[in-house]
Design a binder for this molecule. Structure first.
Ligand code: ADP
Length: 271
């Protein structure tokens, strides 16, 4: 059996997915990007292969993607995270139906991607200028509230009444605003809910730039936060699909492209 690796070197996390020649998911691993992307990516790959009992020689083709993709020089090919995300989302949501819109929130950016009927990327919009609306903002809020990011979802659903409004448009000022709200005896639950709605409003504006079409897929680490998912669904007024492993859609897409490039003996990279 031949295996294929998709390596997504993101600003916050390295995600590696291994699939077989039938494009079935065999395993994945996520680790922090840290400052030494290259070393950590190799380390993560070695650990994952060891865990899956797969020899390095059995990896027929490797595709890197993400912010640090060019640093992984051993990859047979590298591909933009937009294309990889689209390929991965279409495959991961096969049972859900056609995907027309992807929302991706990463550690330091957020994106909206529009797809056509065939799953090709037709447009995308990106926010990589402002931390508000990204995972970093959620991390900073959680830190100020002395909770972990994985607790944000649960707190959101314990909030009562109308969500608090967080008015600052800059993440740094929003942090001060949150501290102010704590000082005014607002509960952690209500503040978390307010933060989620403030991010959701920004995301909806971003998605509107590419057009909101039914068949909405949400991925990236913050898609693990059920409270944020709830706020985005309410702001959009539409249901969104969350894959089983939201952080590895893009690495999964890179691995899938690897199978095709290997099979047709041609680099299939589009953008
Ligand atoms: P990138 O691809 O840019 O490196 P990710 O898609 O891995 O980023 O997203 C990283 C962000 O995901 C973190 O900043 C954090 O806010 C969020 N995150 C990670 N794990 C969880 C979790 N278990 N629950 C909620 N949010 C999470």
């Amino acid at each position: 059996m031949k295996y294929f690796a998709g390596i997504d070197i993101g600003s916050t996390a390295i995600k590696i997915t291994i699939i077989n020649e039938n494009k079935e998911l065999i395993g994945h691993r996520i680790s922090g990007s840290g400052s030494m992307f290259y070393q950590y990516a190799h380390q993560t790959l070695d650990e994952l292969l060891r865990e899956l009992h797969i020899a390095k020689e059995d990896i027929a083709y490797t595709v890197s993607t993400g912010y640090g993709r060019k640093l992984f020089k051993e990859a047979d090919e590298n591909i933009s995270e937009i294309t990889a995300n689209a390929i991965g989302a279409v495959a991961a949501a096969k049972e859900f139906g056609a995907i027309k819109t992807i929302i991706n929130i990463g550690g330091q950016d957020s994106k909206a991607i529009a797809l056509d009927e065939m799953g090709n990327v037709v447009n995308f919009a990106m926010n990589d200028r402002c931390a508000a609306g990204t995972g970093k903002f959620l991390d900073a809020c959680a830190m100020n509230l002395e909770i972990g990011v994985q607790e944000l979802g649960e707190k959101h659903f314990k909030s009562e009444g109308t969500p608090l409004s967080i008015n600052s448009t800059c993440a740094v000022f929003a942090e001060s605003e949150i501290i102010g709200l704590l000082g005014n005896s607002h509960s952690v639950e209500d503040i978390v809910c307010g933060v989620h709605y403030s991010i959701a409003k920004r995301i909806v504006k971003l998605v509107k730039r590419v057009g909101i079409k039914e068949g909405i897929y949400f991925d990236g680490g913050p898609a693990l936060n059920g409270g944020l998912v709830n706020a985005i669904e309410n702001e959009l007024g539409k249901k969104i699909f969350i894959p089983q492993y939201p952080q590895v859609t893009t690495s999964y897409g890179a691995a899938i492209l690897g199978v095709d490039s290997y099979t047709y003996n041609a680099k299939l990279t589009l953008i």
